[in-house]
Design a protein around this ligand. Structure first.
Ligand SMILES: [Zn+2]
Ligand SMILES: [Zn+2]
Length: 132
């Protein structure tokens, strides 16, 4: 069982399943929202994410795939906690908010072609070009 929280600790959650899809997403949306070259994605089924405390603000939009994506933030401090695609049945949880950082072990990359030129993409990770 993985537990995590946002920066201000108003939001606490747990993830009840082990992810089979752990990766780094270099899409430009994740870069803008995270202020970083990539998003640390721990993908599980939406029902495997349980909010224990606090509340999330949701931002729903179409990233260009024709499928709605919902980005969920702590309504107090703005930490992005998860990105959900109901259509794909995936909740991508922010692995950088885990209490135990060793629970995350990235195995693949998403949209590595969008990585900024100054950023080195870990060559040992498998490339997977899809939403996260
Ligand atoms: Zn917060
Ligand atoms: Zn992304």
């Amino acid at each position: 069982m993985i537990q995590g929280n946002c920066l201000c600790a108003a939001v606490k959650y747990e993830v009840t399943a082990e992810s089979q899809m752990q990766g780094l997403c270099y899409c430009t949306d994740c870069q803008i929202i995270g202020g970083s070259s990539h998003w640390a994605s721990y993908a599980v089924a939406p029902s495997d994410f349980r909010l224990l405390q606090g509340s999330l603000t949701e931002f729903a939009y179409d990233p260009g795939s024709g499928r709605e994506v919902v980005r969920c933030f702590c309504d107090q401090c703005g930490t992005q906690i998860k990105v959900v695609s109901a259509e794909l049945g995936v909740a991508s949880v922010n692995a950088m908010t885990f209490s135990n950082s060793e629970a995350f072990s990235p195995k693949l990359t998403y949209f590595s072609g969008s990585a900024p030129a100054w950023c080195t993409v870990e060559a040992g990770l498998a490339k997977f070009e899809a939403m996260a």
